[in-house]
Design a protein around this ligand. Structure first.
Ligand code: PLP
Length: 349
């Protein structure tokens, strides 16, 4: 305890459903499993569903999957650091990029390792995380195509991750037209034209012309069954493939209002609480160290009223026994931290 229960069949159902849905308009799915630190068990389950490319953000996670015998094409979602290019070339087949200095280093290290690393060039279309500015496209492509160690495998964009920008008809047309222009001007074939992530779900449903966009990099929709613009459940998908189970370590009827002189709490905040009389205050044995406590919802009639590094406090409708187990639904930031924590046991059910 605590433990993260993983229902691998629900994940497989989600992957298969999404793969078939996107295939209807000719879009392949790259499964992004950085939210579960590239779990080899989950990677293998996804590969069994007919997906061929697995993506994570850390090259260490690709290394771990390879060492566990996972056979896939691996894509690195985070722009490589200069200090890790040798490993990126060694472990990843494809990486997303936006800096020519990094791409040059990837080429150098590929030549040293006798490889040709695949580069997907990311375009900035308004979300203001990674991507080259549209006006720089030609000068960067002209430099990339001279490099012997890398192949310009495709172009892509990433929206709704930082700025919350909607993947719209307009910005998808811009991506698509840029791809077309590059292919014609430089007489090259771009194999991957990658329109985005789980936030592209609504665009996909409503657009009647995906043009040449042929790939999406899907994480949260596979793992948690939701699109990410409004966090709506995607029809037919499971949102409960993951369950957090924790233990009650204190259960008492106590006041709702702290008493004594109020100063700062563990995180430097001065908390305020409403006085609603005595309540069932339940302490759970998990805290900010292992989970984003704002991103968990108990499956019983109780609500989270706060947390410190290692304690989570619930207000429960009814009394709960010390030692009993409580199940929680989790969202993406909770999943990420739970997966990363060595103090949370992962159990496949
Ligand atoms: C995380 C990430 C994704 C996957 O996003 P989801 O919202 O989980 O589908 C896709 N592309 C890039 C570049 C990412 O960093």
């Amino acid at each position: 305890m605590p433990r993260l229960e993983i229902d691998i069949n629900k994940i497989k159902h989600n992957v298969t459903t999404l793969k078939e849905l996107f295939a209807k308009k000719g879009i392949s799915v790259t499964a992004v499993i950085k939210g579960v630190t590239g779990s080899p068990e989950i990677a293998n389950a996804i590969l069994e569903c007919g997906i061929s490319t697995i993506a994570v953000s850390l090259v260490q996670n690709i290394k771990r999957m390879k060492e566990s015998g996972v056979k896939a094409k691996f894509l690195l979602t985070r722009l490589p650091m200069h200090t890790e290019v040798a490993d990126v070339v060694k472990y990843a087949d494809i990486s997303l990029n936006s800096e020519i200095s990094t791409i040059k280093l990837l080429s150098e290290h590929s030549l040293k390792q006798g490889k040709r690393h695949k580069v997907v060039l990311m375009l900035e279309l308004g979300d203001l995380r990674e991507g080259i500015l549209p006006g720089d496209t030609d000068s960067i492509i002209e430099q990339i195509i001279l490099l012997k160690g890398v192949e310009l495998y495709g172009i892509g964009t990433n929206l709704a991750c930082f700025g919350g920008v909607n993947p719209s008809e307009e910005n998808m047309i811009e991506l698509s037209q840029t791809a077309e222009r590059i292919q014609e001007k430089y007489n090259i074939k771009l194999h991957m034209i990658s329109g985005g992530n789980s936030a592209n779900y609504e665009w996909f449903l409503h657009t009647n012309n995906i043009r040449n966009i042929n790939n999406l990099r899907i994480g949260e929709a596979i793992l948690l069954g939701r699109e990410t613009l409004h966090r709506n459940k995607i029809p037919k998908l499971y949102t409960d493939a993951f369950t957090l189970i924790c233990e009650v370590i204190e259960s008492k009827l106590k006041p709702s209002l702290p008493y004594g002189e109020i100063c700062q709490n563990a995180f430097g905040d001065t908390p305020e609480f409403a006085d609603i009389g005595n309540i069932n205050r339940i302490i759970i044995g998990i805290g900010e160290q292992d989970v984003d406590t704002k991103a968990v919802t108990p499956r019983i009639n109780a609500k989270v009223i706060g947390a410190s590094s290692d304690h989570l406090i619930l207000h429960s409708k009814k009394h709960l026994e010390v030692g009993s187990e409580i199940a929680f639904d989790i969202n993406y930031s909770a999943l990420l931290r739970l997966s990363t924590s060595p103090y949370v046991k992962k159990v496949f059910v």
